[in-house]
Design a protein around this ligand. Structure first.
Ligand code: C5P
Length: 232
């Protein structure tokens, strides 16, 4: 899979999701389904989007004991999505178990990527509440290396971290990056944002874009603008 734009379909129900995606008549965009939509609609939303020809990043961020994650991943592998994820904080053993569960009898499997440290957690909270004293940047890179050691395909990170992740984990280790805004656009609750073009320059492999596309007055042209900036 090459560089692509993934639309974060942060909708609360299937009807709204399909009404949004029906606007795209020429190309079936790669979509991200998160916890809200998946918990509301269950696996049927994945099957339906697959049937409609979309590639899917199922963003459920698993984190549990290795055996439980392995068994859950085995179930998810049957949904035939393109990318799944988990928390790197669940340990290398959990990530290895997840890969095992995700791998089908014929050896094929969806890509598996790790969330390193959520961007909603800042340094102060890490120190005070989680007793993690190292700088966030060091923690993120260490977790990325753990994911690589476990055999995962990449991480979710900021485009600002893509270059360093590639330097440490190799250029084939995928960086899937949210926090994208058009220049001059509304940043919403995202703090460290970059444009699709800057994400491309930093070497991101996939950008995840939500509101700049879903809340645009013309979502199709906003999507096309992202693709144009990021991939051309
Ligand atoms: O609307 P927006 O472009 O901010 O959406 C970004 C998407 O990426 C959301 O689904 C959000 O949950 C997700 N995400 C993020 N930052 C992370 C991890 C995931 O914004 N660190």
């Amino acid at each position: 899979m090459g560089k692509d734009v993934i639309i974060a379909c942060d909708f609360s129900e299937a009807k709204e999701t399909f009404a949004f995606l029906d606007k795209f008549t020429d190309k079936k965009p790669f979509v991200k389904i998160g916890m809200e939509l998946y918990y509301a609609e269950g696996p049927s939303i994945v099957r339906e989007l697959k049937k409609r020809g979309h590639k899917i990043f199922l963003d459920l961020k698993l984190h549990d004991i290795p055996n439980t994650v392995k068994k859950a991943m085995r179930v998810l592998s049957r949904l035939d999505v393109d990318i799944c994820n988990l928390h790197a904080g669940g340990t290398v053993a959990m990530m290895e178990a997840a890969l095992e569960g995700l791998t089908r009898p014929d050896g094929s499997r969806p890509l598996l990527i790790a969330v390193t440290q959520l961007t909603s957690t800042d340094r102060e909270t890490m120190e005070r509440e989680l007793l993690i004293e190292k700088p966030i940047d060091e923690v993120v890179m260490h977790y990325a290396l753990n994911a690589k050691k476990a055999g995962l395909d990449g991480v979710v990170c900021s485009p600002l971290e893509s270059e360093k992740v590639h330097k440490i984990c190799g250029k084939n280790f995928l960086t899937v990056t949210p926090g994208i805004r058009f220049s001059g656009g509304d940043t919403g609750d995202q703090k460290r944002v970059t444009t699709p073009l800057t994400a491309k320059e930093f070497g991101s492999d996939y950008i995840v874009v939500g509101r700049p596309i879903t809340a645009a007055s013309d979502p199709v042209s906003a999507y096309n603008r992202c693709v144009e900036e990021f991939t051309k």
